[in-house]
Design a protein around this ligand. Sequence first.
Ligand SMILES: [Zn+2]
Length: 309
Amino acid sequence: VNTFSGATLDRAAHRRTDAGWLAAALADPASRALVTTPEGVPITGDRRDPRPATTPLADALADSGRAPAEAILLGVGGDDAALFLIDAVPRAGTRGADGAQAGARITNLRDVAARLSPGDAGLLAYAQALAAWQRTHRFCGICGTATVPEEAGHTRRCPRDGSTHHPRTDPVVIAIVTNGDRVMLGRQPGWPRGRYSALAGFVEPGESLEDAVAREIAEEAGVQIGSITYHSSQPWPFPGSLMIGFLAEHAGGEPRPLDAELEDVRWFDRAQVTAATAEDGWTDGDGGPGLLLPPSIAVARRLIETWLS
Ligand SMILES: [Zn+2]
């Protein structure tokens, strides 16, 4: 399972429009809340065993100053208690409602992702992506009027023109190009020394995933591809992407960086990649650039390991 792909929470989507059930859940002392801020997600537990921190919903509402209508229903836990998301915006000069009352600390999700259980990582990815969308879609894109939450926070409606605005997910294709015992990887300026990874790019309007893979690889590396194979997908809530992973067969062209996005793009052979995997990081090629594989939480790493095996 890719990191962030293992959410197990029952999203209880049918409850989002059940006004009676929602009112009861908002008043139920057993209901809990995850309190996010633009700085991250609430984490408790020690560094080696981090877990999402939840607080009683009533406390989260009181501390954040949010109205109950602004609580977003994430779902229903194994204990049948409703779990809500409260996005707290720290007020100037205060710490804001950062969940600290529960012994939690607001943490960058990237920093703890590798140590979370699959279910917890999936839950926090879900919460962080939804919170980021709420934060940036407070006004109607048509007329500029402030929108109001509906469907327990999963849509927003414009009270002036009646338009409905849905949470946004941005599809990103990510692919490695293979040619027998060689794999093509690229590096971006600013990455750690030796880091090479799969090529990635946003899917454009009116474009299929297949066409997006071929276009990105041609644009960035000057390489043509033949058949592509879908591997897996991964929510990537930074802030709202869905990574869609592929393996693509090389069909022509020698890799060279063609746009500013890539600093280098080149072939690595199986022995080089195997050595980088075994050492879980840097290996000096024979006079080559060395190779530091992408981190284990990235679907790019899974694509490379799939090719190796
Ligand atoms: Zn409007």
